[in-house]
Design a binder for this molecule. Structure first.
Ligand code: FES
Length: 128
């Protein structure tokens, strides 16, 4: 059954018609063309599909789009400034050549963006 979901994606308010069984990964990639969101394992293990949902990093392959009613979603496309300037997280990955094959880089960027933006201090042993 189709359902309409109101959400804000990368700063744009929208209403999207989706199958109620549809995962956010499929909505973002196939309906909205946001291909930075990668389809990897589809079981919540690899993180290639990571997006920010109300500021929290989630695996979009495990999250139903109908659960996003009223939510704010950010993908890697939404991080870029209008002039193309990278965020400090993106620039750090470029500066350190931390790309490997690049497939999972958007997921790494979104997870790191959440960590940096949280204000928490992470060590090898604990989170403060
Ligand atoms: S595709 Fe691997 S965690 Fe979502």
């Amino acid at each position: 059954m189709m359902r309409f979901v109101k959400m804000t994606v990368n700063g744009r308010e929208m209403e999207v018609g989706v199958d109620e069984r549809e995962m956010l990964l499929d909505t973002l990639r196939d309906r909205l063309g946001l291909t930075s969101v990668k389809r990897g394992c589809e079981v919540g293990e690899c993180g290639a599909c990571t997006v920010l949902l109300d500021g929290v990093a989630i695996d979009s392959c495990l999250y139903l789009t109908v659960w996003c009613e009223g939510a704010t979603i950010v993908t890697t496309e939404g991080l870029l400034a209008r002039d193309g300037t990278l965020t400090p997280v993106q620039q750090a990955l470029v500066d350190e050549a931390a790309v490997q094959c690049g497939f999972c880089t958007p997921g790494i960027i979104m997870s790191t963006t959440e960590i940096v933006g949280s204000g928490k201090r992470y060590t090898r042993d604990e989170i403060r």
